[in-house]
Write a protein that binds this ligand. Structure first.
Ligand SMILES: [Zn+2]
Length: 255
């Protein structure tokens, strides 16, 4: 059984989001994919590639930008005031550093019976489309697998407990237990923000068990009324990756 935080009031989902898509972008992505983006609910949130402010796509007008490369196309979002929809020049450019940001913009605490406490992150690196074959390539997933994550085929306690340990990664409760800082093996923050409402027993299990199962994906709609449905589908589709991260409270003083 998967337990989510107490509902904070189910959010009204809009059938059609206000995404501005230029003709050349629409041609590259294909009408079906553009329709999927507009329909939602995933990705739930996106960070503007220019000003880096994260927005709720259900309520905020955003433009769609695409950076084509040799084998795929990276889909990004921006505020209309920051950048119009369009194709970005391939290769390194002034935006390259910002586009490579890997920081997750939405997180969710879950408990799954028989497994470690779960922290799910959804990133704004939404999708990648193979421009040669037309196949959707999930570059985020490829990156995670390269970092030692494993595919999570099902949200099941023993499966989560058996995930590989991510060497050097850390998860620390900060801000008096209200915030979470997840850092990768190089010390770079992957998630740094509030944990919101968590299921009963989640904090205790994290502190006692000293680990959490970090699940990562894109395009699942974690902010949707039923986030678990999106996760279950992502697992089934082979788009959910996870690993175990040593976890605990941040120390206020060095031991
Ligand atoms: Zn912006």
């Amino acid at each position: 059984m998967v337990t989510t935080p107490p509902a904070a009031g189910a959010r009204e989902e809009l059938d059609v989001r206000d995404l501005r898509v230029a003709d050349d972008v629409a041609r590259l992505l294909g009408a079906e994919y553009v329709a999927k983006l507009r329909r939602g609910p995933a990705p739930a949130r996106a960070r503007c590639v220019i000003c880096q402010v994260a927005e709720d796509l259900a309520t905020t007008t955003m433009t769609v930008l695409v950076a084509p490369s040799v084998d795929n196309a990276r889909v990004m979002f921006a505020h209309p005031r920051c950048a119009p929809s369009g194709l970005l020049p391939p290769g390194p450019g002034p935006l390259a550093g910002q586009l490579r940001t890997r920081t997750a913009i939405y997180g969710l605490a879950l408990t799954v019976d028989g497994g470690p406490p779960v922290w799910v992150v959804e990133t704004d690196i939404a999708v990648h489309r193979d421009t040669a074959g037309g196949e959707v390539v999930d570059e985020l997933l490829a990156t995670l697998l390269g970092l030692g994550f494993a595919l999570v085929p099902v949200l099941d306690g023993p499966v989560l407990a058996g995930l590989p340990v991510l060497t050097g990664w850390t998860a620390r409760l900060t801000g008096g237990g209200h915030d979470l800082l997840v850092a990768d093996g190089g010390g770079e923050a992957i998630y740094d923000g509030g944990i919101g409402d968590v299921p009963a027993g989640w904090l205790g299990a994290l502190v006692t068990g000293r680990r959490l199962a970090l699940l990562a994906t894109s395009m699942t709609g974690l902010a949707a009324a039923d986030p678990v449905a999106g996760l279950v589908q992502a697992a089934r589709d082979g788009r959910l990756a996870g690993g175990l991260v040593p976890a605990g409270r941040a120390r206020s003083h060095r031991a």
